[in-house]
Design a protein around this ligand. Structure first.
Ligand SMILES: [Zn+2]
Length: 485
């Protein structure tokens, strides 16, 4: 089936016809003296269909041979112009589609065992948004290639002030002095990216911004709103307005749900959402919608134990699951009506953001609540499509956009010469059916190839992360941020 479609596209190109909405590029046929002879350290993927996400519409390249050496793509060429007889490894890409490895830009890693689940779903970059000291040596092991895992990015511990959204896992800073101390301590520990949260006071937030600029640290997170006690009417303006934050150079703003709260004061007003989207797009601030995080609350209330105990639960961290029991029972017994309304509005806002050109990156809040590592990104991509994004636009939020937002668009997020060989392969076409992403046929991480049996074994090994090691990780994290119970 796929071969037939490819053939049609190739014929179309031969006839100098570019099909509507799709660029098809082909390297010109090469002569015998322009053959690339692959050396014996290289891996080659032959005859594969490539999708690029760097334009507004898909660029599809057919019958390509990709050459990989030392973790990088060294060539993407027409099949006939490559001689791979000496290659260390040749992977037959016939019938397969390759895209850049996926990024989950909002996760919570509690233990190293969780990485395997992400990688088994084609996720080659994860960004952790609540750092703990154990993350720093782990990152070094991954960066050096000593440990096979997705590329690991992390912020420091969550910076928040006392307030209704404060959590035991937050580093609480109520004053500018406390904020300065915390930022400097995070820098000393090795963190270079900060995560800020909703309740930050004006003083604390201003100090964080100043110190971040001095130390060259980035900001991401929930937009700080200042002091706001529970029960204040929605009409009352926030201490710090959402618009105030928009030119503070955030790498990403998290959760459409939080934007509806802070930016729209919970009003389900599409015109206001569109006006806000235009401001966000104009100031070029990236948003991580995390639709799945709210959707899983709704599913807990609606499907109860069928959802709580669904397949994939074994990939959740048992230590965290135990700590979340109360939260899970709370959502399990919630009426579904408001949650259903909110869920629909968050999707609508995401669609409006997409229409207005807001740069969005895929994230999930995987690792907390019942959000399964790896699988949650598959669910997020499907929710983005349900929200009205094309599968192409949805996939772009997990491929090209993260590279762009992280200023890495020259070496990540494309299947092209010089780019890092973090790739995911499918036997289905993710552009025609987004659920294709759930079944990768192979994953390449820094040039290391994992076929389907290897991915299955990797996911099995990621089940039931060790309770005690997680407990040690978390307790050390709480102690470091001064919040031991
Ligand atoms: Zn989170």
């Amino acid at each position: 089936m796929m071969r037939k479609e490819n053939q049609i596209l190739v014929d179309a190109v031969a006839a100098a016809v570019v099909s509507v909405g799709v660029f098809v590029t082909m390297v010109a046929c090469t002569t015998g003296n322009d053959v690339l002879v692959v050396d014996d350290t290289s891996t080659v993927v032959s005859n594969v269909r490539v999708i690029q996400f760097s334009n507004d519409i898909p660029t599809i390249q057919l019958g390509k041979t990709i050459v990989i050496d030392e973790g990088r793509i060294t060539a993407v060429r027409d099949q006939r112009s490559v001689s791979s007889k000496d290659a260390a490894k040749v992977i037959d890409g016939k019938g397969m589609t390759v895209i850049p490895g996926l990024s989950d830009m909002h996760v919570h890693i509690w233990d190293e065992a969780e990485f395997g689940s992400y990688l088994s779903y084609g996720i080659t970059t994860v960004r952790n948004l609540s750092g703990m000291p154990f993350h720093i040596p782990l990152k070094k092991e991954i960066d050096s290639g000593e440990r096979i895992a997705p590329r690991f990015l992390t912020t420091g511990p969550i910076l928040n002030s006392t307030g209704p959204n404060a959590h035991i896992n937050h580093q609480i800073v109520d004053t500018s002095a406390a904020a300065t101390d915390a930022v400097r301590a995070q820098y000393e520990t090795g963190f270079r990216d900060l995560k800020v949260y909703s309740n930050l006071t004006r003083d604390a937030y201003d100090a964080i911004k100043t110190d971040a600029a001095l130390l060259g640290m980035t900001l991401s997170g929930h937009t700080p709103e200042g002091v706001r006690n529970e029960g204040i009417p929605n009409e009352t303006p926030f201490n710090i307005s959402f618009e105030d934050i928009l030119d503070d150079d955030f790498v990403t703003i998290e959760h459409v749900e939080s934007i509806v709260w802070h930016g729209l004061r919970e009003h389900h007003d599409e015109l206001a959402a569109r006006a806000l989207a235009r401001k966000i797009a104009r100031l070029d601030v990236a948003v991580t919608p995390t639709l799945v995080a709210h959707h899983n609350l709704l599913r807990t209330a609606r499907e109860k134990d069928n959802f709580i105990n669904r397949p994939g639960k074994e990939l959740l961290n048992p230590f965290v699951l135990e700590a979340e029991q109360e939260t899970i029972s709370f959502w399990r017994s919630r009426p579904t009506e408001d949650l259903t309304t909110n869920d629909a509005f968050y999707k609508r806002v995401t669609e409006i953001f997409n229409e207005e050109g807001v740069t969005m990156v895929a994230g999930t809040d995987a690792g907390i609540f019942l959000n399964v590592p790896g699988k949650s990104l598959m669910d997020e991509l499907k929710l983005l499509v349900e929200a009205g994004l094309s599968p192409y636009d949805a996939l772009k939020t997990a491929t090209y956009n993260p590279a762009k937002v992280l200023n890495e668009e020259n070496e990540r997020g494309q299947v092209a010469e010089g780019f890092v060989a973090d790739l995911v392969f499918y036997e289905c076409d993710p552009l025609s059916d987004i659920s294709c992403v759930e079944t990768p046929a192979g994953v390449m991480r820094r040039g290391n190839w994992f076929d389907q049996p290897a991915l299955t074994a990797m996911r099995e090994a990621a089940a039931n992360p060790p309770y005690e090691r997680t407990q040690t990780n978390v307790m050390a994290g709480l102690a470091a941020q001064g919040s031991v119970p």
